[in-house]
Write a protein that binds this ligand. Structure first.
Ligand code: AMP
Length: 632
């Protein structure tokens, strides 16, 4: 069956489609109903079913044929260490930690915050939580005290799991200290214990009675077996916070059964990954991609997963290619920002490693612009697949389903709707726009399994944020601006709230950025709508030039960028100002912080950077802003 037929079935017969896929996993009790949409848009999958995510991701393999096979491969250029665990070894570690959690009183439904660097123990902690039916909330190990405190207050965890420090470019990030200060700042006293992994990186203070040493606790556990909890398919497996328009982060709640089925299916249908393969998602467990494709997806499928602590260019720009060679990595999932970073370096870094094991590369998180796509395709000599995601979706919403059928790639498009997603481009009233026209990307219910159930403790905000944009129509608003072309391919044009309105014409930031990135002198570009007295909004271009461009040539480049935009899009998109900078302020997940650039340019108050939810090291952002301010 090809993509079109399979996709049609997933929409017309979701019960049959997902019900069959769910049979491939272990259920203590089978579901009564595949999909309950009686309380739409609160869709519930595999209602009545009982299962355990940890059992399916670990025990199923550890107690079966994959016992001695690699499960988790940890590589840390930051501390110069690596470690490989088989499924059985992973099983043993997770049991020990689950036993320790149990002794600390963690029960089904309790929340546990995991504020950890990229080390195997972080993954043991996630798995130990779901083994007990506890709900984890991983907070990216680069978030500030204030961000952590607001998550503590929202999730009300009984336990926080952390380490003395993470490492970033050879410098320690004092995680335990941040936890201490976040606990002082938090208003709700839910936390009873802090379990601390001492990596021996920095000294720390332990608070008597509250703080516990990881190694001691594991020792006390010995070789205990902890029975996996039988949880309802509709019980939450985790909360993952993402930025909202207001200061308060949104706690995306994931179910158990639906998520498990969707991820397991995606490993074959989307990633074409199975026995013999080695999967490497270069993300961080603090992001949704890390949850789904560093941890649960590969493990559910029984595939080894690479857990990487470090950056693409440290200690040198060859480090990623050497990891691929060392472990024979077959599948890489990364972000366009990393590809753009690597593209800046000479090719010999890549050529010095044998990356012939690589079969395919996936990218998500922001638009994969055509020039970066073309570079990666040629340099790696494997298919490069863009797919579109949100924290809310848990897995991709638009993709090229290569495991089912490799659709022809159109550079710059994340291709077609993933199974179960009925996507459409609509106008402000929620009516479909003709093919080729711009509009908002929406999803018709029922949302497929794996998508968010609601927002933590806030059903009302779930309805408000996602389902209330179009009067009288129940449509899930992605918040993105898009086009569907005549062949049915989707093209993402940027966040809807970043759409420019120039003299009454709507322009997606992405459209202009794509054109400018195609200019041979440009390494990266951001387009931002700024106040303009006559036009309402003006087009500001902030670009990073390739290293070899001399300052004296900048005026010429600016002029040719202007004509390129006028020719490719039209005079309406003519930039009002073009500035060249040495670095763009970005969040740690690689998204350009347009709001910050706009504020710097307009001379507005940048705001308290510690409340910018999506980012991590505020220092990095500050540094970029200083550079930007100096340059503009
Ligand atoms: P987050 O929830 O932080 O992962 O951000 C999700 C947003 O990132 C989406 O709503 C899009 O705006 C953007 N995004 C993710 N993947 C892609 C992609 N492949 N192409 C274009 N935009 C993307």
């Amino acid at each position: 069956m090809g993509y079109a037929e399979m996709h049609r079935r997933s929409i017309e017969d979701p019960q049959g489609f997902w019900g069959e896929l769910a049979e491939e996993l272990h259920w203590y009790k089978k579901w009564d109903t595949v999909l309950d949409d009686s309380k739409a848009p609160f869709y519930r999958w595999f209602v009545g079913g009982e299962t355990n995510l940890c059992y399916n991701a670990v025990d199923r393999h550890a107690l079966g044929a994959r016992r001695g096979q690699a499960a988790l491969i940890w590589e840390s250029p930051e501390v110069g260490q690596s470690r490989t665990l088989t499924y059985f070894e992973l099983y043993r570690e997770v049991n020990r930690l689950a036993a320790a959690f149990q002794r600390l009183g963690v029960q089904k439904g309790d929340r546990v915050i995991i504020y950890m660097p990229m080390v195997p123990e972080a993954i043991f902690a996630m798995l130990a939580c779901v083994r007990l039916g506890a709900v984890h909330s991983v907070v990216f190990g680069g978030f500030s005290i204030a961000s952590l405190a607001s998550r503590i207050d929202d999730a009300e965890p009984v336990l926080i799991v952390t380490a003395d420090a993470g490492m970033r470019k050879g410098l320690p990030v004092h995680l335990k200290e941040i936890v201490d200060r976040a606990l002082e700042a938090a208003e709700k006293p839910s936390v009873r214990h802090v379990l601390v992994l001492n990596r021996g990186l920095v000294p720390m203070e332990m608070q008597e009675g509250r703080d516990l040493d990881w190694a001691e606790q594991i020792k006390e556990s010995g070789s205990t077996y902890v029975e996996p909890a039988r949880v309802a398919s509709t019980d939450p497996s985790y909360i993952l916070y993402t930025s909202g328009t207001t200061g308060k982060p949104k706690g995306v709640v994931r179910d158990t059964g639906g998520y498990m089925v969707a991820l397991h299916a995606s490993m074959s249908q989307i990633y074409n990954c199975g026995d013999g393969d080695v999967y490497w998602s270069t993300s961080d467990i603090g992001w949704v991609v890390g949850h789904s494709y560093i941890v649960y997806g590969p493990l559910l499928k029984g595939v080894p997963t690479v857990v990487y602590e470090g950056r693409p260019d440290h200690p040198d720009p060859g480090v990623w290619w050497r990891v691929i060679e060392k472990y024979g990595v077959t599948h890489v999932f990364t972000a366009p920002t990393a590809l753009r970073a690597l593209r800046k370096f000479p090719e010999h870094w890549m050529q010095s490693a044998d990356i012939s094991s690589l079969k395919i590369l996936f990218a998500a998180g922001e638009p994969l612009d055509a020039p970066t796509y073309e570079w990666a395709r040629a340099a790696l000599n494997v298919p490069v697949i863009d797919h579109y995601w949100q924290t809310e979706s848990g897995w991709s919403m638009l993709t090229n389903p290569v495991g089912v059928e490799m659709l022809p790639v159109k550079a710059g498009s994340p291709t077609m709707p993933a199974f179960g997603h009925k996507l459409e481009v609509v106008d402000a009233d929620g009516n479909p726009v003709p093919r080729g026209e711009k509009g908002f990307l929406v999803d018709h219910g029922p949302l497929p399994p794996g998508m968010l159930m609601t927002l933590w403790n806030d059903d009302e905000r779930y309805l408000q944020s996602y389902w209330s944009h179009f009067k009288g129509k129940l449509l899930y608003m992605t918040g993105d601006y898009a086009i569907q072309d005549a062949d049915g391919y989707f093209w993402m044009l940027g966040r809807a709230d970043e759409v420019l309105n120039v003299s009454g014409h709507r322009l997606g930031t992405r459209e202009i950025e794509e054109v400018i990135s195609g200019h041979p002198a440009v390494a990266e570009a951001a387009v931002i709508g700024v106040r303009h007295e006559l036009k309402g909004e003006g087009v500001l271009v902030v670009a990073v030039l390739k290293q070899h461009i001399a300052p004296a040539d900048q005026d010429g480049v600016a002029r040719s960028i202007t004509s390129l935009v006028r020719e490719s899009i039209g005079p309406i998109a003519t930039p009002d100002a073009i500035h060249f900078v040495s670095m763009l302020p970005k969040t740690r997940s690689g998204k350009i912080m347009r709001r910050v650039i706009r504020a710097v340019y307009q001379g507005d108050n940048i705001g308290d950077l510690s409340t910018i939810e999506d980012d991590a090291t505020v220092d990095m952002v500050r540094e970029a802003i200083d550079v930007l301010k100096g340059d503009l």
